[in-house]
Design a protein around this ligand. Structure first.
Ligand code: AMP
Ligand code: ZN
Length: 468
C-alpha cells in the first residue's frame, strides 16, 4: 500500500510501526460553530482511509480531537453571554450529529483539549528542562532554533523564515528571543478560561494540545498524522518540534494532508459570505451525497463545490443505490435458488473489479478510481443479474457491492420503512402471544421491531413504542 508522505514529498510504501496496527491522529475542528463543508473534507477522507485499513485487516486506533479552548470560542461565548464550555459542548454535539449523517465512524477516542491540561503541563515542563522552551512574564515559548530539524515537514528554511517573520512581530511579543518562537502557554486575560500552572494562571497554545493528546492515546511514535493542508505550517511543523524535542524520537512516520474545498471556484470564507455548513447542506441533500461528492476527487486535489457537481453526485450515487436495490429484490425473488455453472463463472469475473478497487485505494487512496471500479461492478450486475437467474447469484453480487461501498462509507442498504399501523399490529400480536404464554413469539416480534429501529417500552399504561 502506497501513500503520499508530505514529509518526503513522495509516495511511500506503508510499513506500520507495529505489525497489524495503525495508529492515526487527525486534527479535529475548533468548536465554535457548526462545521462547514471544508471541515467535512478531512473527516470524510481520513474516515475512508481508516475504513480501508480496517478492510485490509489492520487494527486501527483512530484519534481525533476537538479543540475546545480557543480565542474564537471565547469570543462567541462573550457575544452570547454564556461560558466557553457551553459553546464548545453545544458544537461538539452538533458536529457529532453531522458526522453521523455523513456516516463517519466515531474515533476510537475523541479527546478534548480542556481535559488534557495535566499532560500539557508535563510536556511543557520537559521542554523547559531540556532547554527547548523558556518562560517570560508568565508566557512559555518554544525555542525554535534549538530544534535543528525545524522546517522539515513544510520544507521551509529557517533563515528565510526568520527574515520573513521579523515583520510579524506584534507588540507584546518582543520579549521573545526569536520571532519564530511560538507560544506553549499563555497567561489568561480577564474573563478567559484558565488553569493553574507553574508559570501563570492561563491556557495552552493550540499546537501543544495535539502533541500531548497524540502521545497520551497513541504513544510517542505514531503511523499517520493527518489534517487539511493549511495545517502543514505552522501547526504540524510545531507539533513535530514539540513532540520530537520532548520525546527524543520521530513523531509520525507518515504525514497526510487533504487539499482544500472551494466553493463556486472561490475560497470559502466568512468575509465572502460563501460559507456553507454541513447542516445547511443536509437540508437540501442526503449527506451521503456530500460524502460521495468528496470522494469523487483525489484527496490531494483541490475540489470545487457547486450545485451542478452535487447534482452529478446525486445521480451517480443513485445509480449505485438502484443497482443495490435491484440485486436485493432479485436475491429474494429471482426464479432459481442456486447458482448455475454459468453464474459461477460470471461471479469469478467480478474479481477484476475488486482488484481494480484495491489497486486504486492502494495507490495513495485514489477514491475517484475506486468509485470507477464500483461503477464497473454496477454495470456488470445490471447486465448479468435478472429474474431468470438465481437468488444466490444476485445475493453474491449484492454482498460484494455492499462490501466495497462500505469501505467508502456509503450505505447502500435501504433502511426498511415501517408504517405506524404495522407497528401497532405487531405490538397487538405480541400482547396476544404473551397472553398465550408464547414468549418465544413475543420476543421474536420485539426483535423484528428492534431491527427496524423501533424500541418497545412496557409501561403501566401499556406498551409504548419509539423510534431509536
Ligand atoms: P479548523 O476548525 O479550522 O481547525 O479546521 C479543522 C480541519 O478542517 C482542519 O484539518 C483543516 O485543515 C480543515 N479545513 C478547514 N477548511 C477547509 C477547506 N476549505 N477545505 C478542506 N479542509 C479544510
Ligand atoms: Zn492538531
Amino acid at each position: 500500500m502506497k501513500l503520499y508522505n508530505t514529509m518526503s514529498k513522495r509516495k511511500e510504501e506503508f510499513v506500520p510501526v507495529e505489525e497489524g496496527k495503525v495508529k492515526m491522529y487527525v486534527c479535529g475542528p475548533t468548536v465554535y460553530n457548526f462545521i462547514h463543508i471544508g471541515n467535512a473534507r478531512p473527516m470524510i477522507v481520513f474516515d475512508t482511509v481508516r475504513r480501508y485499513f480496517e478492510y485490509k485487516g489492520y487494527d486501527v486506533n483512530y484519534v481525533s480531537n476537538f479543540t475546545d479552548v480557543d480565542d474564537k470560542i471565547i469570543k462567541k461565548a462573550n457575544e452570547e453571554g454564556v461560558s466557553a464550555n457551553e459553546i464548545s459542548a453545544r458544537y461538539i454535539a452538533e458536529c457529532k450529529k453531522d458526522m453521523e449523517g455523513m456516516n463517519i465512524k466515531p474515533a476510537t477516542t475523541h479527546p478534548l483539549a480542556t481535559q488534557e491540561i495535566d499532560g500539557m503541563l508535563d510536556m511543557i515542563g520537559t521542554l523547559i528542562e531540556k532547554g527547548f522552551a523558556y518562560e517570560k512574564n508568565g508566557t512559555v515559548y518554544f525555542r525554535t532554533r534549538q530544534f535543528e530539524d525545524y522546517g522539515k515537514l513544510s520544507h521551509k528554511n529557517l533563515d528565510d523564515l526568520r527574515s520573513g517573520n521579523r515583520s510579524l512581530l506584534v507588540s507584546g511579543e518582543d520579549e521573545k528571543e526569536d520571532p519564530l518562537d511560538f507560544v506553549l502557554w499563555k497567561p489568561k486575560k480577564e474573563g478567559e478560561p484558565a488553569w493553574e500552572s507553574p508559570w501563570s494562571e492561563g491556557r495552552p497554545g493550540w499546537h501543544i494540545e495535539c502533541s500531548v493528546m497524540s502521545k497520551k492515546y497513541l504513544g510517542e511514535q505514531i503511523d499517520i498524522h493527518a489534517g487539511g493542508e493549511d495545517l502543514v505550517f505552522p501547526h504540524h511543523e510545531n507539533e513535530i518540534a514539540q513532540s520530537e524535542a520532548a520525546n527524543g524520537k520521530e513523531f509520525s512516520k507518515y504525514w497526510m494532508h487533504n487539499a482544500f474545498l472551494n466553493i463556486d471556484n472561490h475560497k470559502m470564507s466568512k468575509s465572502l459570505g460563501n460559507f456553507r455548513t454541513v447542516r445547511e447542506i443536509s437540508g437540501q441533500y442526503d449527506l451521503q451525497i456530500l460524502r460521495f461528492f468528496m470522494l469523487s476527487a483525489h484527496y490531494r486535489s483541490p475540489l470545487n463545490f457547486s450545485a451542478e457537481l452535487m447534482e452529478a453526485s446525486k445521480n451517480g450515487l443513485e445509480r449505485i443505490l438502484n443497482a443495490a436495490d435491484n440485486l436485493k429484490y432479485l436475491s429474494e425473488n429471482a426464479g432459481k435458488e442456486s447458482m448455475t455453472a454459468g453464474e459461477k463463472e460470471k461471479l469469478d469475473q467480478t474479481a477484476q473489479f475488486v482488484t481494480a478497487f484495491e489497486s486504486a485505494m492502494e495507490d495513495d487512496f485514489n477514491t475517484a478510481d475506486a468509485i470507477a471500479a464500483v461503477f464497473d461492478l454496477v454495470k456488470f450486475a445490471n447486465t448479468t443479474a435478472d429474474a431468470e437467474g438465481s437468488k444466490e447469484y444476485a445475493e453474491a453480487l449484492y454482498d460484494l457491492l455492499v462490501k466495497l461501498t462500505d469501505v467508502l462509507g456509503l450505505i447502500v442498504e435501504k433502511k426498511e420503512e415501517i408504517l405506524d399501523e404495522e407497528i401497532e399490529a405487531l405490538i397487538a400480536e405480541r400482547q396476544a402471544a404473551r397472553k398465550a404464554k408464547d414468549f418465544a413469539r413475543a420476543d421474536e416480534i420485539r426483535g423484528e421491531l428492534a431491527a427496524k429501529g423501533i424500541v418497545l417500552l412496557d409501561t403501566r399504561e401499556g406498551v409504548k413504542w419509539k423510534k431509536a
